[in-house]
Design a binder for this molecule. Structure first.
Ligand code: DHB
Ligand code: MG
Length: 221
């Protein structure tokens, strides 16, 4: 089975059921035009995040890793009026592209982008008493995933949901000889989750237009 077929199925399902609208398509077009790396979530996984947040009734969402704001749009659309999504981004160009994409999508009143390294912003969110968040989406540099997960837990409440993107990486997470820092970071995340009695978690493997990967899904007990 080929990656081409996975992509073709994504295209088929996107056209029939996922149906990303103009604001989402324009967000990707402008991300490409600004030469952001094409590592946004697929439409199908973006809509899955939207559905998770809606199923959960999330009112406060924390995203780590904004990129061009594509997943941010899907997630913010799950918020009720008066909800809030705070999205952490280290790169000023990404933040600028994302900010414009969110304005075009009519979501800027619900979203705050914090431009700084996430590990600097996270303690500030705690000091500002922004916690608890109902829903977390971690999708930034993989090297710090274990620390991001610990921070999510710190800023959570019982029942909060934590999703971490890209935890399978073409199956590389089972390569214990890997020297790829992203794989090593992901394996550290897995060990953190394994040792953490305060969460109940699983990993779901995925295929699609972006190939073979997966996400971690956890709920805080
Ligand atoms: C990479 C990062 C991502 O968040 C993603 O979804 C795919 C790839 C990367 O850094 O290679
Ligand atoms: Mg990702």
């Amino acid at each position: 089975m080929s990656i081409e077929r996975w992509g073709t199925v994504d295209d088929y399902v996107d056209g029939l059921i996922v149906k990303p609208d103009m604001a989402l398509q324009a967000a990707l077009a402008d991300s490409r035009a600004a030469e952001l790396p094409p590592i946004n979530v697929t439409a199908g996984l973006g809509k899955m995040l939207h559905l998770f947040a809606r199923m959960h009734g999330a009112k406060r969402i924390l995203e780590i890793g904004t990129l061009g704001g594509y997943s941010t749009i899907w997630l913010a659309r799950a918020l009720p009026e008066g909800g809030l999504l705070i999205s952490l981004e280290i790169n000023p160009q990404n933040a600028e592209v994302a900010s414009k994409n969110l304005i075009r999508a009519g979501l800027d009143r619900l979203v705050e982008i914090r431009l700084a390294p996430a590990l600097e912003t996270l303690p500030k969110l705690e000091a500002e008493k922004q916690a608890p968040f109902d829903f977390f989406f971690i999708d930034a540099n993989k090297e710090d995933n274990s620390e991001y997960f610990r921070w999510a837990l710190k800023l959570s409440r019982p029942g909060s949901v934590i999703v971490v993107d890209n935890v399978v990486r073409k199956g590389e997470i089972v390569n214990s000889a890997s020297t790829d820092t992203a794989v090593l970071g992901t394996r550290r995340l897995m060990e953190t989750v394994a040792a953490e009695s305060r969460v109940t978690a699983t990993v779901v493997q995925t295929v699609g237009a972006k190939g073979y990967d997966g996400f971690l899904l956890a709920i805080v007990n």
